[in-house]
Design a protein around this ligand. Sequence first.
Ligand code: GDP
Ligand code: ZN
Length: 311
Amino acid sequence: MEKGLVLKSTGSHYRVRLDDGRVVECVPRGKLRLNEIKTTNPITVGDWVSLELNSNGVGLITAIQERKNYIIRKATNLSREAHIIAANIDQALLVVTITQPETQLAFIDRYLVTAEAYRIPTVIVFNKIDLVDSTIQPVLDSYISIYEPIGYKCLKVSAKTGQNLDLLKQILQGRVSLLSGNSGVGKSTLINLIEPGLNLKTAEISNAHLKGRHTTTFSEIFELSFGGFIIDTPGIKSFGLVDIEKDELYHFFPEIFKLSDKCKYYNCTHIHEPGCAVIEAVDKGEIAPSRYLSYLSIYDDENEKYRPKLK
Ligand code: GDP
Ligand code: ZN
């Protein structure tokens, strides 16, 4: 029996990378299903599978290893079955820029909430630092002073000058990474410098296309020549907010979660309650105002768009 990583899925068969580096085409043997949620696809890229190779070199997938995390695209039909986009993601790299274009803090916060909910650690990659002059520098510093203290690694790079690309490579090495960020921040330029010839779809799909109801393109994992994998997911500029119970939203703001057990009421929403340790910390300047505003704004959203969890 062999073990391998699913690199690509076409719906009926799968491309799997064996531990020794060989890549084989596989079909599932019988019905395979992990009982986590109802999904349209039982096996997804990033899955670790057990397989048997038959004499003509085709693999039979016999089991799927339990996933440490996975991201889904919500179902649009009434069956409520979700499509799993990818599984076992070691980290997300969120590429942002302070200028050309300016990435909004609210966008970063929404991304981070979703990544937290999916249990995916995120590194924030500030690209285009060659454009940072004396007016932009304080903005860059302030962004970093918001995110680094609450546990998000921040990396400053420039695809134009090549600055710190070695560090970016180090972060990617040996891990399965998801690359995200608004269009125009330099995702494809960065990846082409790091791994020439790797043309990710991530950057090519336009927003208009994304809004189409049926994006039939499948995600795929690419192996990096220096070790590690990049998940290419058409449409993952950012993932939509998962269904988060609004009462649980604070779990996904690490700095709010850390304080929440100091609130007077166990069911504190951190919005209006007396004796709220979070509101106190905002007042004292210990929680960034932009972060708290994002919390309020997402809380409001969730109020309106509230849907029961997919199960
Ligand atoms: P994507 O949509 O995120 O894939 O962004 P692209 O890689 O297509 O880059 C968008 C534009 O930004 C292109 O014109 C790039 O040449 C430019 N760009 C990318 N990285 C840098 C950088 O570090 N500095 C500067 N000045 N421009 C960059
Ligand atoms: Zn509170």
